[in-house]
Design a protein around this ligand. Structure first.
Ligand SMILES: Nc1ncnc2c1ncn2[C@@H]1O[C@H](COP(=O)(O)OP(=O)(O)OP(=O)(O)O)[C@@H](O)[C@H]1O
Length: 685
């Protein structure tokens, strides 16, 4: 392989660069006779090996690499500059401390980043190196404009602070891939394209872009495989990572930030990913990546390197000069030197270069903590003395920064304009949600659960009649409780589960919260309404309730209304608490209290707590069900040969059924109110 500096100087366009890389790949890694003839017209594919033939076949359909989406040069090159970036967090006191420390005592703080500076110009690939916990992710998140909290220093993008327009031109691939596990690779990229690419492109053109990305990232072989996740097995880790990169590549970002894109991957796959990043950089993009332990061949692909030690920089500058710099301040690699990254990470950990041979290492005493700290301090001082002044000059050379000290978290500028319409966002999100949740909505287990309860309830109340009024009232109360619990629990899961995805997509400006909210809540409706409809149909007729179609339809509508209200409560709890466990715990408490206050178990609630009855949606549902089931003057046999009015039956009388319209209004208020609460909680993030 040629040295990186030579590669860089010879490269004129990404397409040529990739063609050349492809040639190198064919020579160095494997000889593929079928590919040999087409190398001049072929893109180097950072893919699973067997993709190549497939890709070449598709190549003929899509034309030459020069026409590929990602081979386009960046339309808005961005120079990223950051100067003296510092980030401090306030540590939370633990519970024990809270009792013993006085409230006036300031909370302890911790500096995560301390005076970090750097410049990344279009066409450059910057790698951030450092031990675990040195602040790489924090810095990258700050550069992506997504770090909440107290950030000082300056981060500018073409001399401007972070704005929504920069947000749109920035791609951020987080360390943990947040993807929908049940969608295929093709579906994942297609939905992202439909949401992220501007409305001026037709659907077909957007899909064409997806096909190109799939081709370019070598995902052809797994295009129809589901992405998978921790529970369900899907594509491999490397393929998932490429899908995440592909989502960001779709919008042809001018600034691409990636957190550990090669973690957990074999060295060949890691090299392919870094080759892709380098290729993207050569198209005029500024690319910043954190990386844990790059091999020496990966290291050679970087243009710039930044080394962090405990949040402080010990090097920031050209990758080719890094060894010379450390040599100039007295640190040269030892006898067994192989990889510059190992050497740099040792230094960042405060471990001096080892001059002994491997077989002597086991006898070497590890450096103590004081020695390590002394070495780190010395490297930080050297950086400030030797590198920082020239870096500062470079930052100020091209143009004077205007935005020093601006609050980086103010990322929502007024110029924000959505790339797609509300309606398109809504329909795409609705379709994606239905596809993603198809397996759980239409799960056999869920249908079995509801059907079994329906049949057993029908058998237990088999042909009950009005003379057994208590049984019938019990059945109606069961309707209101069962169809209060079930949707409430299902809805509580909705937002906590989707929150990481929502945060990621909203941070990249993909869609409005309102379009997501409506799509998410409407998408759940079919199954949420079909199951109770089947349940009521089975149980109503088996249970011997009033044999009237009108009453049956009214009963069904009331139950469905109750489902929507309880779903609203679940959505609000999930959105406010954000945590499934807390949500479920609170849901069960709420539901049990509503059940007790519903009016069936207790008719004479003490005055001071009677308000519970009025906030219980089960109470209104139960009242409505009784109200439509029995007519005003209906009678039942209350003793031997004795007839009583149904409405005088104590459990019904206590409900004070007079004007059912108020109960409908109360449920309506709850339906809207809880949904608004859920929306506001989501908006607050
Ligand atoms: N909000 C926070 N609260 C508490 N500690 C934090 C917070 N954010 C960052 N840290 C701490 O700051 C340090 C730097 O974290 P960061 O994730 O940036 O490190 P990193 O270099 O990316 O590590 P790794 O390579 O393991 O991902 C860590 O010790 C982390 O625990």
């Amino acid at each position: 392989m040629m040295p990186p500096d030579q590669e860089t100087t010879n490269t004129t366009s990404p397409a040529k660069y990739m063609a050349k890389k492809n040639m190198e790949n064919l020579c160095s890694s494997r000889v593929d006779p079928s590919a040999g003839s087409s190398t001049s017209n072929n893109v180097m594919n950072p893919s699973c090996p067997s993709d190549n033939n497939n890709d070449q076949m598709q190549d003929q359909h899509h034309g030459t690499p020069a026409q590929f989406s990602v081979s386009r040069v960046s339309l808005h090159p961005i120079t990223l500059k950051f100067e003296d970036v510092s980030y401090t967090i306030t540590l939370q006191n633990n519970k024990t401390n809270r009792f013993f420390t006085s409230s006036t005592k300031p909370k302890p703080t911790r500096t995560i980043l301390n005076g970090v500076s750097g410049v990344v110009k279009p066409g450059e690939l910057l790698a951030m190196l450092g031990p675990s916990g040195s602040g790489k992710t924090t810095l990258l998140t700050a550069l992506a404009g997504q770090l909440q909290g107290k950030l000082s220093g300056s981060i500018t993008y073409n001399n401007h602070p972070f704005t929504s327009s920069i947000k749109r031109k920035t791609g951020f691939v987080a360390q943990d891939d947040v993807l929908y596990p049940h969608l295929t690779v093709l579906e994942t990229l297609t939905y992202a394209a439909l949401l992220r690419l501007p409305s001026k492109l037709t659907k077909e053109e957007k899909i064409e872009q997806v096909e190109m990305i799939i081709l370019e990232l070598g995902l052809t072989r797994c295009r129809n495989s589901i992405v998978g996740g921790p529970i369900i097995r899907g594509v491999s880790g490397g393929e998932r990572k490429r899908v995440s990169i592909g989502i960001e590549m779709l919008v042809n970002p001018s600034l691409l930030l990636l957190d550990e894109p090669t973690s957990g991957l074999d060295s060949t796959t890691a090299q392919r990913i870094v080759a892709t990043l380098r290729w993207l950089a050569k198209g005029g993009r500024s690319v910043v990546t954190t990386i844990h332990q790059p091999s020496s061949r990966l290291f050679r692909m970087f243009d710039k390197v930044m080394v962090l030690s405990d949040g402080c920089p010990i090097y920031s500058g050209s990758a080719t000069s890094v060894m010379d710099y450390f040599a100039s301040i007295g640190y040269v690699p030892g006898f067994n030197f192989v990889n510059p990254a190992d050497f740099l990470l040792d230094l960042a950990n405060g471990v001096a270069p080892d001059t002994k041979q491997d077989d002597q290492l086991e006898f070497t005493r590890p450096a103590n903590l004081d020695d390590q700290n002394t070495l780190k301090q010395s490297l930080i001082s050297s950086y400030r003395k030797n590198l920082y002044p020239s870096l500062k000059d470079e930052i100020h050379r091209t143009f004077q920064d205007r935005a020093l000290g601006k609050n980086m978290s103010s990322s929502r500028g007024s110029e924000y304009q959505w790339t797609t319409s509300w309606w398109l966002q809504f329909t795409v999100l609705l379709s994606r949600g239905l596809k993603e949740r198809k397996h759980e909505s239409y799960s056999g287990l869920r249908i079995f659960q509801v059907m079994t309860v329906a049949i057993f309830a029908g058998l237990l109340w088999w042909h009950s009649d009005t003379n057994h009024i208590q049984d019938q009232v019990g059945l109606l109360f069961f309707f209101s409780i069962f169809w209060g619990f079930f949707p409430l629990f299902n809805a509580t899961f909705a937002f906590p589960q989707e929150r990481p995805m929502l945060t990621k997509e909203r941070n990249s400006g993909m869609y409005r919260l309102s379009s997501y909210f409506f799509a998410r809540t409407i998408g759940d409706l079919p199954m949420e309404l079909i199951l109770p409809s089947i349940f009521v149909t089975v149980t109503y007729w088996m249970g011997g309730l009033r044999p009237s179609i009108i009453t049956f339809i009214q009963t069904l509508l009331i139950v469905l209304f109750n489902v929507l209200v309880s779903q609203s409560v679940g959505l609000a709890l999930g959105a406010i608490l954000r945590d499934v466990k807390q949500g479920i715990t609170l849901s069960s408490v709420v539901m049990l209290v509503f059940l007790l206050a519903g009016g069936y178990y207790i008719q004479h609630i003490p005055e001071f707590i009677i308000w519970l009855k009025y906030i219980s949606f089960s109470h209104y549902c139960y009242k409505l069900l009784i109200g439509v089931q029995y007519s005003m003057n209906e009678i039942y046999e209350c003793g031997l040969g004795e007839k009583c009015r149904v409405f005088d039956y104590p459990a019904i009388k206590a409900l004070e059924i007079e004007n059912l319209a108020w109960d409908v209004i109360a449920l309506l208020v709850m339906l809207v109110g809880y949904r608004v609460m859920a929306y506001v909680a989501l908006r607050k993030g």
